[in-house]
Unconditional design. Structure first.
Length: 187
């Protein structure tokens, strides 16, 4: 059953990547606590080259509601401030000539509920992606069965394994979404 195993391995890898992508996307979601992940992807125009923020400054979480960004070259403080504002992370940077501070205000109940809706939508998008991966695997298995390269019984067994992997992936999405929702609703 080598062909079917290859399809199942590919499916598992793709589902794992989907779950990793969901974790990464949700790590950028603001929760009212300082989380340096919201700065991932922010690029600063450093001497004409878009440079990742963590490549030109140290980023530390000073306490639960404060991130301190200390550039290695003080001349870029205003550029860092501008890049954060343009990235629209929902927090206004405060610079003092030495460092840039990001103060996370506590989230209102209404904002928390809005963010949980966003999190649930991201979860649904990733479930759809997993189902799409399942459809592709099913089509491949059906094609091999139709061409006679895979016996029909092996095709059915492979589809059961595919469904088990998909169920595990969907359960993983639900767990990630539930954990993020819990983080958002904590005051």
């Amino acid at each position: 059953m080598g062909i079917a195993e290859d399809i199942i391995d590919d499916l598992k890898t793709r589902i794992d990547k989907t779950l990793d992508d969901l974790r990464h996307e949700l790590s950028k979601q603001r929760t009212g606590r300082a989380n340096p992940a919201i700065l991932d992807g922010i690029k600063v125009d450093y001497y004409g080259a878009p440079t990742p923020l963590n490549g030109i400054a140290s980023i530390t979480v000073a306490d639960a509601r404060l991130i301190v960004i200390k550039p290695w070259d003080r001349s870029v403080i205003q550029l860092i401030e501008k890049a954060i504002q343009q990235a629209d992370v929902g927090i206004n940077p405060q610079a003092d000539g030495e460092v840039v501070r990001l103060v996370f205000p506590p989230l209102t109940e209404e904002r928390r509920r809005d963010l949980t809706k966003v999190v649930k939508n991201k979860g649904e998008e990733h479930k759809v992606a997993i189902r799409s991966i399942r459809r592709e695997a099913k089509d491949m298995i059906d094609e091999y069965v139709k061409d006679g390269e895979l016996p029909e019984d092996d095709g059915k067994k492979a589809m059961e394994k595919v469904q088990a992997q998909v169920d595990t992936g969907v359960k993983g999405v639900d767990e990630i979404v539930a954990k993020k929702t819990k983080d958002l609703m904590e005051v």
